[in-house]
Design a protein around this ligand. Sequence first.
Ligand SMILES: Nc1ncnc2c1ncn2[C@@H]1O[C@H](COP(=O)(O)OP(=O)(O)OP(=O)(O)O)[C@@H](O)[C@H]1O
Length: 337
Amino acid sequence: MTNLNPASVQVRNLRKQYAVHEKEPGLLGSLRSFVKRKTHYVDAVKGVTFDLAPGEVVGFLGPNGAGKTTTLKMLSGLLHPSGGQATIGGFEPRRRETAFLKQITLVMGQKQQLIWDLPALDSFLVNQAIYEIPDEQYHATMREFTEVLDLGGILKKQVRKLSLGERMKCELAAALLHRPKILFLDEPTIGLDVNMQEAVREFVREYNRRYDATVILTSHYMADVTALAKRILVIDKGELVFDGDLAHLAEQGSGGKTVKLQLRYPAESTRLSQYGQVVSNDGLSVELAIPRSEVSARAARLLADLDVADLTVEDPPIEAIMAELFGKHTRREEVTV
Ligand SMILES: Nc1ncnc2c1ncn2[C@@H]1O[C@H](COP(=O)(O)OP(=O)(O)OP(=O)(O)O)[C@@H](O)[C@H]1O
């Protein structure tokens, strides 16, 4: 069934296979490839299915080459799927209809859309014309973005003279000027310093809140994901291997929990090892890895046996859980013909 809510996303068994033409290096290699062309196929996305509700913010995670960018390009209509279907607010992305383009945006941290030799303001005006944004809405949105992103001093500077962080803020403003209802954000904070990453996160959070926009975010910075998304999709070798709450993702790891102790008196690691695997012991600060099912019993023993000033129980870092999750799956299939 087609969902006509402009911010809804339905993805059914979406697939993408790339054909890669091989060429030996050098002139001889080029000549050979004219006579006998070797092609192999890469199954980049192998049947991905999910639904997003309007206003949902989802972290789309996976290791390098997992198929994240390919999926986002198919959802925004830049790539035609090899199979399956995506429906975005009732539209089929591959048709790239104007009404569809007006309700989505794709931001790629590695690519730029601003005109390099002109001030960002000029690119904004170009976008105003392309997206047919009424003057009143344009000025209201510009006022809002200038304030939230602190663009005041940089809008009239040539883009080539902006810092990476300043440019990224302008990229985001340009990409959202038409107030899209669905945001595909591919590594929007890549290469930015910690303060700038936080500024981008805050902007996305505020935009989502204000316009009830649906957001799919890929990032190698887990802080982006944990700050913005409650729900996580994990893709590995083209397949969706997890779809659920961030909290449940933590339970996927078999490694258990991290127990952090603040002791009043130092304890030897050999003594501490009876309670769990000693991850670190800097004298008074200790970190232990304890199997999930044993945590309460061992924490009680630790409190009874040692002079503990503070004890906290945490899930292991999300990076560790993902590394474990990715290790479980087989390698990408490549077919050579
Ligand atoms: N144009 C292309 N032609 C052939 N193969 C491609 C093409 N684009 C991507 N691939 C391959 O498809 C697979 C998925 O790539 P994709 O860029 O979607 O992954 P990703 O999850 O976004 O990775 P990363 O985190 O490194 O950006 C990879 O094996 C990649 O080498």
